[in-house]
Design a protein around this ligand. Structure first.
Ligand SMILES: *[C@@H]1O[C@H](CO)[C@@H](O)[C@H](O)[C@H]1NC(C)=O
Ligand SMILES: *[C@@H]1O[C@H](CO)[C@@H](O)[C@H](O)[C@H]1NC(C)=O
Ligand SMILES: *[C@@H]1O[C@H](CO)[C@@H](O)[C@H](O)[C@H]1NC(C)=O
Ligand SMILES: *[C@@H]1O[C@H](CO)[C@@H](O)[C@H](O)[C@H]1NC(C)=O
Ligand SMILES: *[C@@H]1O[C@H](CO)[C@@H](O)[C@H](O)[C@H]1NC(C)=O
Ligand SMILES: *[C@@H]1O[C@H](CO)[C@@H](O)[C@H](O)[C@H]1NC(C)=O
Ligand SMILES: *[C@@H]1O[C@H](CO)[C@@H](O)[C@H](O)[C@H]1NC(C)=O
Length: 862
């Protein structure tokens, strides 16, 4: 080729043209090659990296599973009632990676597969969130991939198979993640052979019964810690270890994160762990018997996260905690820490999350420097016995989204500076002694979704703008001293879903706009008067969202507005203790969800049965019509189609949507859960309210006559029946003996005659019985449950005789009844009452997957 001279402009031009042609042809080749490779990889121009044995092993591995999207939402996370920070299904991409593995293609290009660039051997396999379903067996071809260094199989469903001990043969492994993948049984001791391990994650969900799926023996745990000397990350959430933490863990000088939540650990947490210079994360919540104290800290410490929630750590927080200048999360909820709270905590300028709730900082007053923690997003100080005023410097925490100070002894005014917290979503100040009015600066809180101010000493009128804060969904102001009528500024922006104003001193008429979007409206125990406006049930297009309406203990008059029929989701209607004067609202029968109907203590009159108007109340679990002027008789078939009370209680159904509470008779109560989901700015919030009710019928103190309908015997799950103070005649229906759940039966002050049916002796749960002041005759069945009731249960029946009464029976041969075989045990031996107790003991609150324990209609203690 002729030598190109740069001096000659023509040759330069020629040169440029040549270069151009060369570039174009290269580019063309490139395009055609890659097109070609898409069609077939047999192109000889490609180097296949993946050796056949690796490819075969991977294909066999693929063949061992079905691909089904798992549903983890129903599984338990560590810590009951505790938001799980480790799994949020939306955060992770989830799709069946292996489905897209094409045989024809180089296995090193398969999704999730990484090969060594020289040998082609598979060194990393990432199949997390890949819909794998089926057991992982010990003969799995996975264990033929000896070059593997990293394996991630998290968030799959290995169908409760055991973790194969063959993992111990993959001795090159540095990263192993099998977390939340439905393995069960004992973690094999061979895992501790993996001495190169850098990151080990075997965290697990819990079983449905809140027991662990995975176990790790004490010895295996110690061996693991002993052998894995390079370990940086150890994650064993909800693996049942049931031992103390080996001291040798503090020899792992490289340890960076230690996550052992809900591992049933006990004993003392080794203090020396807090001194490990590289340790950034100590996350050991829900080890209820794990004790420990916080030692003095050095400024060389790297701790970023300390989570000790629900453990038995105790003592004081050391003053040197202020030296942890990397600390961004400190969570010590429900430990046994005591006062004082060192003010050095206010030096932790990196803190974003601080939870000191449920400790014993008795009488401690918050320092104003708390307002220095400018990065705080979450500040939870509830139920920790703090007192004094809330420092107004909290208004400096402008990044705060969640502030919970409930259930302490805070007093004084709610600081107006809180109005600066314009990112705040949740503000819980309930159960303190705040006084004064709701600060006007709250108008600034445009992100606020939940405001709880229950059980304080707040007064004044409820500011009208409060009802129309743009994001507010839940407004709980019960048990305060609020006065005056309700007004709203701009009703078109009223979007509230839950409004509790009960136990205040509000008066006037209730405004029509209240019906706009509400699902729960509780106005119990105020001085509201006038008619119930029919517009609240027809307002706008969203009028049928109401599920709970409690207007009881007010001064309402007039009739029950028929527009209520629009509330097709209504479950609870409580109009008790008002001045309502109306006939029985038969039309309520068309509300398909109605479960609780309380009309107690009003001026209702007329019959509650009508040959054409009466059908049934299929879903009712509480009917209280007592203390009214109802009249007439009930046909024997009256209760024939009352479905809900006829069913034996379904005590295993945790999604029960029953409601209610009654006066103070908790010993007869059941607890039901009511859950409701709300959409808030696109994210679903779940609110679960647990209420205490018992299935009951109270028709007492009216003017009913005729016989007690024998169909009452169909209401198998009835717990309380009160027909007292009426004019019922005839004999006591023997079918009452079928009410095997009955705990309270009051038939006193009627005109019942005949004998006491022997079948009443079958009511083994009966705790209260009153048959007094009737015209009953003959012997009281002896040698039975009825023996436990004294004179006053039977008095005022001149014809009655028995050992309880002064009149003894002449013929004492009373047959001792044997329990019928099928009634020896109550159906479903399930200890429902224990469950009730369990819930009643804890006041746990939260929205966005949380629980609200409701007691007596009020959110006490929130
Ligand atoms: C692996 O073992 C199971 C039984 O444990 C058996 O059904 C299966 O055929 C075996 N697979 C291979 C590839 O050997
Ligand atoms: C952990 O294991 C121990 C002993 O096997 C057992 O008593 C305990 O109930 C288990 N805990 C959980 C949460 O499964
Ligand atoms: C907290 O910071 C202040 C001022 O920066 C300093 O004087 C004090 O010693 C610090 N306290 C602790 C415990 O670090
Ligand atoms: C609450 O504060 C009021 C004054 O605002 C006071 O009279 C009352 O005793 C306080 N109650 C409690 C329980 O501290
Ligand atoms: C409302 O918030 C703004 C900042 O967004 C602040 O400047 C103003 O002072 C706040 N108003 C009140 C009354 O707190
Ligand atoms: C039954 O009702 C009457 C009248 O309303 C009442 O006095 C009595 O206490 C009630 N009985 C029970 C067991 O609650
Ligand atoms: C039974 O009812 C009568 C009248 O209602 C009442 O006086 C009496 O105290 C009641 N007995 C019991 C044990 O409650």
């Amino acid at each position: 080729m002729k030598r190109i001279s740069y001096q000659n402009p023509y040759t330069l031009m020629l040169y440029l043209v040549l270069v151009f042609i060369l570039l174009v042809s290269c580019f063309g080749t490139y395009v055609s090659c890659s097109k070609y490779s898409n069609v077939s990889t047999t192109s000889s121009s490609l180097v296949t990296l993946c050796p056949p044995d690796q490819s075969t092993a991977l294909q066999q591995f693929k063949g061992q599973f079905a691909f089904v999207k798992p549903n983890f939402t129903s599984y338990y996370y560590y810590c009951p009632h505790y938001e799980n920070p480790y799994y949020d299904a939306d955060v992770y991409e989830s799709y069946p990676k292996m489905k897209f593995w094409k045989k024809e293609k180089d296995c090193c290009s398969w999704d999730g597969v990484t090969c060594n660039t020289k040998t082609g051997k598979v060194v990393a396999l990432d199949l997390s969130n890949s819909w794998l379903q089926g057991p992982l067996r010990s003969n799995s071809s996975l264990f033929k991939l000896h070059a593997l260094r990293r394996i991630n199989l998290s968030y799959n469903n290995f169908s409760f198979s055991v973790i194969p001990s063959e993992f111990g043969q993959l001795f090159r492994l540095t990263h192993l993640d099998l977390s939340f993948s439905m393995f069960s049984g004992h973690i094999p001791s061979e895992i501790s052979f993996l001495t190169h391990m850098f990151s080990l994650s075997l965290s697990s969900f819990l079983n449905y019964d809140a027991t662990s799926l995975l176990h790790l023996g004490e010895v295996e745990f110690a061996n693991l810690v002993q052998n894995m000397t390079n370990l940086r990350h150890l994650l064993l959430h909800q693996v049942n270890i049931s031992s103390s933490i080996p001291k040798s863990l503090a020899n792992l000088f490289s340890l960076t994160s230690l996550r052992l939540g809900g591992c049933s650990l006990h004993g003392k947490f080794p203090e020396s762990l807090f001194q490990l210079h590289k340790l950034e994360v100590i996350d050991v919540p829900c080890n209820y018997h794990l004790t420990g104290i916080l030692p003095e800290f050095q400024s060389s410490n790297s701790l970023r996260e300390v989570t000790l929630d629900y453990t038995n750590f105790s003592g004081k927080l050391p003053n040197s905690i202020g030296k942890l200048n990397s600390l961004s999360r400190l969570a010590i909820r429900q430990c046994n820490f005591v006062r004082p709270l060192p003010s050095s905590i206010c030096n932790l300028s990196q803190l974003t999350y601080l939870d000191l709730s449920l400790n014993h900082f008795t009488g401690h007053v918050l320092p104003s420097t708390l307002g220095n923690l400018a990065k705080l997003v979450v500040l939870l100080l509830y139920s920790s016995q703090f007192s004094g005023e809330v420092p107004s410097s909290l208004g400096n925490l402008t990044r705060l989204e969640d502030l919970r100070l409930r259930n302490n002894s805070f007093r004084g005014q709610i600081p107006a500076s809180l109005g600066n917290l314009n990112r705040l979503k949740k503000l819980y100040l309930s159960s303190n002694n705040f006084s004064g009015q709701i600060p006007a600066s709250f108008r600034n809180l445009t992100e606020l979704t939940i405001l709880r101010l229950i059980d304080n000493n707040l007064d004044g009128v409820i500011p009208s703008w409060l009802f129309t804060l743009p994001s507010l969904k839940i407004l709980l102001l019960a048990s305060n001293q609020f006065t005056g009528p309700l007004t709203v500024q701009n009703m078109s922006s009223f979007e509230l879903q839950i409004l509790h104003l009960n136990a205040n001193k509000l008066d006037g008429r209730i405004p029509r706009w209240l019906g706009r979007s509400l699902e729960i409206l509780n106005l119990q125990g105020n001085n509201f008067s006038g008619r119930i406006p029919h517009e609240i049930f027809t307002y706008g297009s969203m009028n049928n969202t109401m599920t709970l309406l409690d207007l009881s203990h007010n001064q309402f008059q007039g009739r029950v507005p028929q527009s209520l029929i629009n509330c097709s989701k209504l479950q609870v209607l409580n109009l008790g203790h008002n001045q309502i004067s109306d006939t029985f609202p038969f039309w309520l029968q068309s509300l398909p969800e109605l479960q609780v109907l309380v009309l107690r203590s009003n001026k209702f009159f007329g019959p509650i049965w009508h040959p054409t108007k009466y059908l049934d109340f299929g879903n009712l679990v509480i009917m209280d019509l007592s203390v009214n002027h109802f009249t007439g008789s009930l046909p024997s078939k009256y209760f024939r189609n009352w479905g809900s009370m006829s069913e034996a209680p379904d005590r295993n159904n945790s999604d029960m949507e029953y409601f209610g509470q009654y006066e103070n008779r908790s010993q007869y109560s059941f607890t039901y859960k009511y859950s409701m989901s709300m959409t808030n700015k696109g994210s679903e919030m779940l609110l679960i309210e647990t209420l205490t009710i018992f299935k009951s019928i109270d028709l007492s103190n009216n003017r009913f006559d005729g016989e007690i309908p024998s169909s009452i015997g169909k209401l198998h799950s009835l717990v309380m029946l009160n027909l007292s103070s009426n004019n019922f005649t005839g004999s006591i229906p023997s079918s009452l003996g079928n009410l095997s759940e009955l705990e309270s039966l009051d038939l006193s002050k009627n005109k019942l005659s005949g004998r006491i049916p022997q079948q009443l002796a079958d009511l083994t749960f009966l705790e209260y019985l009153n048959l007094s002041h009737n015209q009953l005759a003959g012997p009281i069945p002896q040698g039975t449950q009825l023996d436990t009731f004294s004179y006053s249960a039977f008095e005022g029946n001149p014809g009655l005789c028995g050992s309880q009464l002064s009149k003894k029976c002449e013929n004492t041969v009373t047959p001792i009844p044997f329990l019928r075989k099928d009634e020896e045990e109550p159906e479903n031996g399930f200890t429902w009452k224990v469950v009730v107790m369990g819930y009643a003991c804890g006041f746990v609150v939260g929205v966005v997957i949380g629980h609200v324990i409701l007691s007596r209609w009020y959110f006490y203690g929130l």
